[in-house]
Design a protein around this ligand. Sequence first.
Ligand SMILES: *[C@@H]1O[C@H](CO)[C@@H](O)[C@H](O)[C@H]1NC(C)=O
Ligand SMILES: *[C@@H]1O[C@H](CO)[C@@H](O)[C@H](O)[C@H]1NC(C)=O
Ligand SMILES: *[C@@H]1O[C@H](CO)[C@@H](O)[C@H](O)[C@H]1NC(C)=O
Ligand SMILES: *[C@@H]1O[C@H](CO)[C@@H](O)[C@H](O)[C@H]1NC(C)=O
Ligand SMILES: *[C@@H]1O[C@H](CO)[C@@H](O)[C@H](O)[C@H]1NC(C)=O
Ligand SMILES: *[C@@H]1O[C@H](CO)[C@@H](O)[C@H](O)[C@H]1NC(C)=O
Ligand SMILES: *[C@@H]1O[C@H](CO)[C@@H](O)[C@H](O)[C@H]1NC(C)=O
Ligand SMILES: *[C@@H]1O[C@H](CO)[C@@H](O)[C@H](O)[C@H]1NC(C)=O
Ligand SMILES: *[C@@H]1O[C@H](CO)[C@@H](O)[C@H](O)[C@H]1NC(C)=O
Ligand SMILES: *[C@@H]1O[C@H](CO)[C@@H](O)[C@H](O)[C@H]1NC(C)=O
Ligand SMILES: *[C@@H]1O[C@H](CO)[C@@H](O)[C@H](O)[C@H]1NC(C)=O
Ligand SMILES: *[C@@H]1O[C@H](CO)[C@@H](O)[C@H](O)[C@H]1NC(C)=O
Length: 647
Amino acid sequence: MITDNKDSRHQSGLTYHQFRAAMLLTSFHSSSSLPRHKSFYPIIVIVVLLLSSIATICHASCNQLDRDSLLSFSVGISSPSPLNWSSSVDCCTLWEGVGCDDNGRVTTLWLPSRSLFGNITPAIANLSKLSQLSLSNNRFFGPLPDGFFKSFSSLQIIDLSYNRLSGRLPLSDRLTSPIKTVNLSSNHFNGTILSSFLEPAINLESFDISNNSFSGPIPSFICSYSAAVRVLDFTSNDFRGQMPQGFGSCSSLVTLRAGFNHLSGFIPDDIYSVSTLQEISLPGNKFSGPIPESIVNLVNLRILALYGNELTGLIPQDIGRLSRLEQLLLHINNLNGTVPPSLMTCTRLTVLNLRVNFLEGELSGLDFSNLSRLGIIDLGNNFFTGSIPQSLFSCRSLTAIRLATNYLTGDILPGITSLQALSFLSVSNNSLTNFAGAIEVLKGCKNLTTLILTKNFYNETLPDNGNLIGSEDFQNLQILGLGGCNFTGQIPTWLVKLGRVEVLDLSVNQITGKIPGWLGTLQNLFYLDLSQNFLNGGFPVELTQLQRLASQEAADKVDRSALELPVFVQPNNASNQQYNLLSNLPPAIYLGNNNLDGNIPTEIGLLKYIHVLDLSKNNFTGNIPETISNLTNLEKLDLSANNLSVS
Ligand SMILES: *[C@@H]1O[C@H](CO)[C@@H](O)[C@H](O)[C@H]1NC(C)=O
Ligand SMILES: *[C@@H]1O[C@H](CO)[C@@H](O)[C@H](O)[C@H]1NC(C)=O
Ligand SMILES: *[C@@H]1O[C@H](CO)[C@@H](O)[C@H](O)[C@H]1NC(C)=O
Ligand SMILES: *[C@@H]1O[C@H](CO)[C@@H](O)[C@H](O)[C@H]1NC(C)=O
Ligand SMILES: *[C@@H]1O[C@H](CO)[C@@H](O)[C@H](O)[C@H]1NC(C)=O
Ligand SMILES: *[C@@H]1O[C@H](CO)[C@@H](O)[C@H](O)[C@H]1NC(C)=O
Ligand SMILES: *[C@@H]1O[C@H](CO)[C@@H](O)[C@H](O)[C@H]1NC(C)=O
Ligand SMILES: *[C@@H]1O[C@H](CO)[C@@H](O)[C@H](O)[C@H]1NC(C)=O
Ligand SMILES: *[C@@H]1O[C@H](CO)[C@@H](O)[C@H](O)[C@H]1NC(C)=O
Ligand SMILES: *[C@@H]1O[C@H](CO)[C@@H](O)[C@H](O)[C@H]1NC(C)=O
Ligand SMILES: *[C@@H]1O[C@H](CO)[C@@H](O)[C@H](O)[C@H]1NC(C)=O
Ligand SMILES: *[C@@H]1O[C@H](CO)[C@@H](O)[C@H](O)[C@H]1NC(C)=O
């Protein structure tokens, strides 16, 4: 069944990948990603100007020691397209990625994304005038040479991100004072960050060591050496223990990220005095305690991501003072109380996620109507009551809404059709009423791709009026979840019009009658769950015609894009699985726990791309067809509790 139940509380809902993707999205709008480029482009221009003046005026050529060091560095490196560093030409003007000052000293070594493979050898440390170094996005591996950082007395920018460098930063090593930007992200570095390493870096602006294995305490003392620090990224390492006070002295800090570590205790309150902060991202830790009211002093805050922690208490009542807030991500915590009405004045909000908390109150009492930029709202797994708030329907930018697993009542009202961009709607596990009315209304939301209505509409009858929807309706719908509603009636014929549907769940209802053969004509269907109903008759041979399960070409047509919000799937009451991509759902047919009988058709062997086939708890008879051995992608086959025999 496609559902959100209380189990979802235990789903972390967090993957570093998702986080990264979210960060990529935000960096489009983020001034915090600019510093490196800001400083880099002008310097390139200067370097180019210098180079041309060198070439035309003084003809100073490459310093011999620098050239030899570069050659020596290049000896250990291989690449599908080798560097054109020929010793017969001037290294300052004709070597790829190399730039010099007017004394012929190498100041720039800029070789990102060149598929370079090898170690970083000590020779490079002889480039004593080096000011900009990028070896980002290559395949360098192994440890850094001893004393690597301290040998560069002129270095301002170092970017070694996206390599496979490993080991600890040498104990005696230290940064030097000109350094502004350090990016060691996405390597395999480990060990602790010592204060002696950072102490000389009095001009440091940006320090990104995310996605490594650094451990020990998080270096919150970093700003006691440089007041210029703007960006700190410690995301996805093994930092643990309390986060000590210290970031409070970062008087220029714009971005603070330390998500996906093992940090615990209270978030140190001195960060709430850093008024320059635009982003605080500390998800996926074990932070506890409340979010203090003083956070509302951070009036420049655009992103507050504290999800996946153990925070308690209320959402700050004056949160509306954060008038620049764009993303409020507090999901998966233990927050209680109501949603402060002042939040509804944060008119720049684009993403609001409060899922999996203990929040309560009448949702319809909140006035969302000024949140005109709101694109994604997730209030699922809380204790909200009342009806779906009508004011939400004036948030015309909404593409995804989840209100699942609350105590909402009433009908889905026609106003929702003003959300023409709406693509994802999950209201499962509430007490909504009038299914026929809901379908009537929702067919007006032309962009719906995911519609999860599971566990509502108790005891209603599935409307079987073939004209309930027209051939123009729901033409983008890929996922339809109607499980667990205790629906009576038959599988409705209007479903045949859902030409794009890929996932159809009608499980755990009281549906009677036969499985209609026309289901086999749904060109895109690859996940069909009809289990736990009162269906009778045989296994319709037409189901073996399902294109997505039978043809390589169709099976390859998987939509690999990410869902706006994750979908939770719980086949056969097994544990709840979270899916962020539709394409990760297993191609499957679940018909278990019905009253089906007759033989399993030999044509079953045509479903070559099926991964799960569950026919258990029926009354199938006869032999298990041999062709079942043709189902070479099967991961799970359940034929138990039938009357089958083996010849
Ligand atoms: C090496 O490559 C750089 C940039 O790719 C180019 O400007 C330079 O002319 C090349 N040098 C030689 C000797 O081909
Ligand atoms: C670095 O320079 C020193 C002299 O300053 C020299 O002895 C050494 O061989 C050079 N190292 C490399 C690897 O080029
Ligand atoms: C750090 O990494 C190195 C090399 O990858 C490994 O040999 C060493 O055991 C690691 N140290 C720790 C403390 O994990
Ligand atoms: C560090 O490098 C990575 C990968 O190249 C990049 O995505 C990230 O934005 C950089 N960090 C900073 C703070 O600029
Ligand atoms: C983390 O770093 C590893 C190793 O460099 C890299 O393969 C991976 O893509 C990075 N992950 C993310 C989410 O950036
Ligand atoms: C919130 O939870 C705390 C305990 O964590 C409790 O003391 C407090 O009364 C609760 N507040 C509300 C409004 O439920
Ligand atoms: C929405 O904005 C208008 C105009 O600024 C204001 O009068 C109204 O009080 C706001 N409504 C809410 C719920 O904040
Ligand atoms: C509907 O979805 C399509 C494709 O994702 C998008 O291009 C279009 O802008 C959406 N329509 C609205 C009204 O947002
Ligand atoms: C559904 O109907 C049954 C019996 O008719 C009744 O006991 C049950 O309370 C109903 N459920 C709901 C949620 O109305
Ligand atoms: C489902 O419907 C059946 C028959 O109408 C009823 O006996 C049963 O109590 C209902 N279940 C729920 C959970 O409402
Ligand atoms: C099953 O595979 C065999 C060969 O491996 C083939 O001869 C037979 O036609 C296949 N049957 C079905 C139903 O696909
Ligand atoms: C199963 O099918 C057999 C033969 O078709 C029939 O005799 C039997 O009554 C059926 N059992 C059930 C539980 O429906």
